[in-house]
Ligand binder design. Sequence first.
Ligand code: PMP
Length: 283
Amino acid sequence: MQYHVNGNLVPAEEATVSVRDRGFMYGDAGFETLRAYGGTMFEWEAHANRLRRTCDVLSIDHGIGDGELRKRIHETLEANDLRDAYVKCSITRGVQAGKLTPGPADNPTVVVIVSELPRGGKRGTSVWDAPATAEIVKTRRVPDHALPAHAKTHNYLNGTLARLETEADEALMLDLDGNLTEGATSNLFFVRKGVLHTPSLSGAILPGITRTVVLELADELGIPTRTGCYRPVDLRRADEAFLTNTTWEVRPVGSLGDTELEIGSVTRELATAFDALVESRHY
Ligand code: PMP
């Protein structure tokens, strides 16, 4: 396996960064998880835009254009002869003098790692074979005005603490006021009486790229959709629920705590439409 580190392809075991890198020391970095289908990246522009916005939030002015990042990702896929893959692209503020106050990102660390990810999930099976178990945990989502949820930084401790609380596949977090936000690594959708609901972007959530695609598909399919502010009881009353992220795509929720949930028709319709979109764009 070969990874891309600071402009060079290197064997995975030699792909290292300094122990003084701020990405390692403080989580001072932005990243994107992407997916390649059939050799090209799904929703590249949306990912590039989100990474740029994350770096803007952190004032990491790395000076590397989207085209250059895309080139490095493609080089990494090609070097590993991968067409269907998981891709992670990180940009850190780099190595700086030992104080917390950040300096200019004159020497950012830029890393691209890839691994094979066949269509249909890690095991090469359909998501229908692996509905997610989910649980609402006690750890609250960090408020936006403390650590902007819309920025995808290397600081994943909020989600890590949430996942430590549960054996479930996904830990769902509430905000400080008790409203539903998102999972540790996924956005939440639920369906009640035929209407699709998802927490709105005004809450402390990452604007998931899969979330946006699913909302567009729902619109095209004529599925009535609401985004809003929801309480746990709204989810408990749901007829069906699913999670979205780049790796899971549309993943049905099979249980919420002790309560079993049906994999419903709206979830199926959207997952099928997502699959058809990928097929039409990439194969
Ligand atoms: N929320 C969080 C906290 C995440 O880490 C992710 C995964 N990136 C998502 C939502 C889903 O985002 P996307 O659909 O862009 O993968």
